[in-house]
Design a protein around this ligand. Structure first.
Ligand SMILES: Nc1ncnc2c1ncn2[C@@H]1O[C@H](COP(=O)(O)OP(=O)(O)O)[C@@H](O)[C@H]1O
Ligand SMILES: [Mg+2]
Length: 226
């Protein structure tokens, strides 16, 4: 589903955020990308949605070289690869339902599809009862569930969660991680960037450890000794 071949990323200011990365993630995989702040986790995620281009090497998503995608196809890539962030990035003037429905509406789906798909996504994340609330009326966990539903509504092949629990308490953190595992079990490839060692060590999934832009460990049932 995802392949990085000899990828390096140097930002215009000279910072090398990633160096010589070789990484493959199969369809249906679940991967923790770990490493301390500045290790390159978010840069890796940005390459996958073509928010940044690699300086050298090749990034392919679902068989497509992202650097060679015509500009007109980038929105399609970003529906195939959904991203959620630590700070949720919800539309504050829209309700939960409207936030989740938004991408369907702007991509021209009919009213019935918008309603059915939005309700499906809300049910999956357990937020049906909060559909008419505004983001400011929600707990942090509920806001993150809304953000997850907003990506799932487009049936992405890949869901990237970039420090999804960075703003959440431990109990809520576990609920969100369990939800991401469930999303993965339903067939979506899931990548979770985190420096929460407790979660990584409890789940024993694949762990890719970045350090100063390099992969220093890649283990199938890994741990994270931060
Ligand atoms: N837009 C940017 N311009 C210049 N340097 C950046 C930019 N974004 C990130 N960096 C640098 O790249 C390195 C990796 O950052 P990042 O990918 O955000 O790591 P992480 O998500 O693991 O904290 C850091 O040294 C960071 O300061
Ligand atoms: Mg980051």
């Amino acid at each position: 589903m995802i392949a990085l071949e000899d990828v390096s990323k140097r930002y215009p200011n000279g910072t090398y955020a990633l160096r010589d990365i070789d990484l493959r993630v199969e369809a249906g995989g679940f991967v923790f990308v770990v490493g301390s702040s500045g290790a390159g986790k978010s840069t890796l995620n940005r390459l996958l949605i073509r928010d940044e281009l690699p300086s050298t090497g090749r990034v392919t998503v679902d068989g497509q070289d992202v650097a060679r995608l015509p500009r007109s196809k980038v929105p399609l890539l970003r529906r195939e690869v959904g991203v959620v962030f630590q700070d949720f990035k919800l539309l504050q003037t829209k309700t939960v339902f409207e936030n989740v429905a938004f991408a369907l509406i702007v991509t021209g789906h009919d009213g019935r599809t918008v309603r059915d798909e939005t309700e499906r996504a809300l049910a999956l994340v357990g937020l049906a009862s909060r559909r008419d609330h505004f983001p400011r009326e929600l707990s942090g966990g509920e806001q993150q569930r809304t953000a997850i539903a907003r990506t799932l509504v487009m049936h992405p092949k890949v869901l990237i969660a970039d420090e999804p629990t960075g703003n959440l308490d431990p109990v809520t953190t576990w609920e969100i991680i369990k939800l991401l595992v469930r999303v993965n079990e339903l067939g979506t490839t899931v990548i979770v960037a985190t420096h929460n060692a407790e979660i990584v060590n409890a789940l024993r999934r694949r762990v890719v450890h970045l350090d100063h832009g390099r992969v220093i460990r890649d283990e199938a049932e890994g741990v994270y000794a931060a």
